[in-house]
Design a protein around this ligand. Structure first.
Ligand code: F6P
Length: 343
């Protein structure tokens, strides 16, 4: 069998480990061949590929990014999009199956293609950890570690200047990165999209910490909306593909804290640093296991399925299940974190 791998959507530490796991397992166990489609679905639509022999994946588990490149191209985009062209491309290249590694958008495209008869299996990917069908996605642990390290550093400079420090982390729709990094770094307020909180309440938490002689640390997810706002803070512009452009909430929260408390406050937006560099050990193992198991799905001809983590087992689920809404932070999980900060 010849398998074509692609990585699509925003990149994420662990993508290369998936590629390595799949290629090593496929070649060593079943004598399969592998090619990589370049820049996600664009490579499929245009038949743009690179060979993936065993030597091409040497040392890849520890390497950030993706050697295949990525894009947000949808498999139904433009005149080359759709199952008819794609099956012609696969036939021309002698590719029997696709392993698509990506987030919600990628998996939605993969589902449509699979429903139309294209042999495709999926591997979930997002640093946001917001896919319902899997307990964890690789990249999340790395992002949490990077945010934790950053906040540990913000603490020492905050302490020196008796300032309040704000860290804006990623999380467009969900607050998992903010929740976990905030708990791990001991933040004094965790602000997430799932929970509206007034700036007055945030200011009260900050003042209370300051009065105790400590330097307050606030972590805010980029998708947080303070009480009293709809999504005004997010209407800064709309990107080409129709996704709202986020960013700026950390700065807003910082200004409001300073205005309401009089405490000198500084913002740091971590941005894409959270997606860069080497994956943690946990993410390397999870991504590798996802790669291995995706090859098993190809071997079984389990088209339309995606690998997922349940507890400590890697299982498979239908694409439909994978797309059944976002995994948001439950109230109980937020309240657990709340015990640690504020009154
Ligand atoms: O979905 C992952 C993510 O990193 C979000 O947390 C963030 O909002 C978005 O991607 C950023 O996308 P881009 O890299 O296209 O700016």
């Amino acid at each position: 069998m010849k398998i074509g791998l692609l990585t699509s959507g925003g990149d994420c530490p662990g993508l290369n480990a998936v590629i390595r796991g799949a290629v090593l397992h496929g070649i060593k166990s079943y004598d399969y061949e592998f090619v990589g489609f370049l820049d996600g679905w664009r490579g499929v639509l245009e038949g743009d590929i690179m060979d993936l022999p065993r030597s091409s994946v040497r040392g890849l588990a520890r390497q950030g990014g993706t050697i295949l490149g990525t894009s947000r191209t949808n498999p139904y985009d433009g005149p080359l999009g759709g199952p008819e062209n794609i099956s012609k491309v696969l036939e021309r290249l002698g590719v029997d199956a696709i392993i698509a590694v990506g987030g919600e958008g990628t998996l939605a495209g993969a589902k449509r293609l699979s429903d139309a008869g294209i042999p495709v299996v999926g591997v979930p990917k997002t640093i946001d950890n917001d896919l319902k069908a899997t307990d964890y996605t690789f990249g999340f642990d790395t992002a949490v570690q990077i945010a934790t390290d950053a906040m540990d550093r913000l603490r020492t400079t905050g302490d020196s200047h008796h300032r309040c420090m704000v860290a804006e982390v990623m999380g467009r729709h969900v607050g998992w990165i903010a929740l976990h990094s905030g708990m791990s770094a001991g933040a004094h307020a965790v602000l997430i999209p799932e929970r509206k909180i007034s700036m007055e309440q945030v200011a009260a938490w900050v003042s209370e910490v300051h009065e105790r002689g400590r330097s307050p640390l606030v972590v805010v997810a980029e998708g947080f909306i303070p009480e009293g706002f709809d999504d005004v803070l997010h209407e800064k512009g709309v990107e080409k593909d129709g996704r709202p452009r986020l960013g700026g909430i950390g700065e807003y929260v910082t200004q409001e804290i300073e205005r309401l408390t009089g405490i000198e406050t500084r913002n740091t937006t971590l941005g894409h640093i959270q997606r860069g560099g080497a994956p943690t050990g946990f993410d390397r193992v999870l991504a590798t296991r996802f790669g291995l198991n995706a090859v098993n799905l190809c071997r079984e001809g389990a088209w339309g399925k995606m690998v997922a983590l349940r507890g400590t087992d890697v299982i498979s689920v239908d694409f439909a299940e994978a797309l059944d809404g976002l995994k948001t932070v439950p109230e109980a999980r937020y309240d657990e974190a709340r015990i640690l900060f504020g009154r």
